[in-house]
Design a protein around this ligand. Sequence first.
Ligand SMILES: [Zn+2]
Length: 160
Amino acid sequence: MRFIADGMVGRLARWLRLIGNDVEYSKNSTDNELIRKAATESRTLLTSDIELYRRAIANGAEAFLVKGKTEAERLARIAERFKIDLSVDATNSRCPACNSTIRPITKEQVIDRVPPSTFKMFDEFWECTNSNCGKIYWRGSHWKKIDEHLSKAEKLLKMG
Ligand SMILES: [Zn+2]
């Protein structure tokens, strides 16, 4: 899925990227910019602002009004609406920081780029393909948190 997120739902952008969606997000975009980008780049605007939502629809853009008290609940509603699988498949993931694709790299290639303890403990690594970002990812403790977060959202989905 291709989305564009407004400032209020920015944290969701990172989750959605991680589970493989193309999500544009810039904290400083004006409402007009968001609507124009949604329309011209065929992205669905994600916003929790009812006024912005209405304006986007009136201007011919796709939009989804994000409701929910918690991050997990908001994520669950988006997943339900757009039939998004709430699991991380690193081969499809996009960089949570910058929305570029990530690619697997060898252990040898990360030797100077991750903490020594991480290097010792893990064998699989991914690198952001955007040379201005270049973040390295592995299934560390943050990964467990991600899984917990996604299963929370999934449980909410099942409860309806
Ligand atoms: Zn990146």
